[in-house]
Design a protein around this ligand. Sequence first.
Ligand SMILES: [Zn+2]
Length: 106
Amino acid sequence: MTASRSAREKKAATEAGPLAKVKIDLDENQQFVYKISCAVCLAKGHRNWSAYRPGGDNGFMAAMDRWTFHLNEKHPGSDAPCLAFLPAAQQRLHERRLAQEADPTA
Ligand SMILES: [Zn+2]
């Protein structure tokens, strides 16, 4: 468990790029909780920007999508591998919104 957690943390940090601080915690159900915070927005003393999502691969994907949007919006020139997945992240967001419109209780 611990080994796979740190391996995931390392992989996520690589994908998220040099501005990201990635941390994976365990919640009370021993589920992964992904937290990606921004080193720049932190250093400037603004509100501590971070994406925080529980869950397995879905949580990882959701946190990474949020982070990718943050990078694209605030730090568009940064050198982060996850920016290559921006179109896919936007497509997922679009699909989530469509699904919510179709069924607001989901
Ligand atoms: Zn930032």
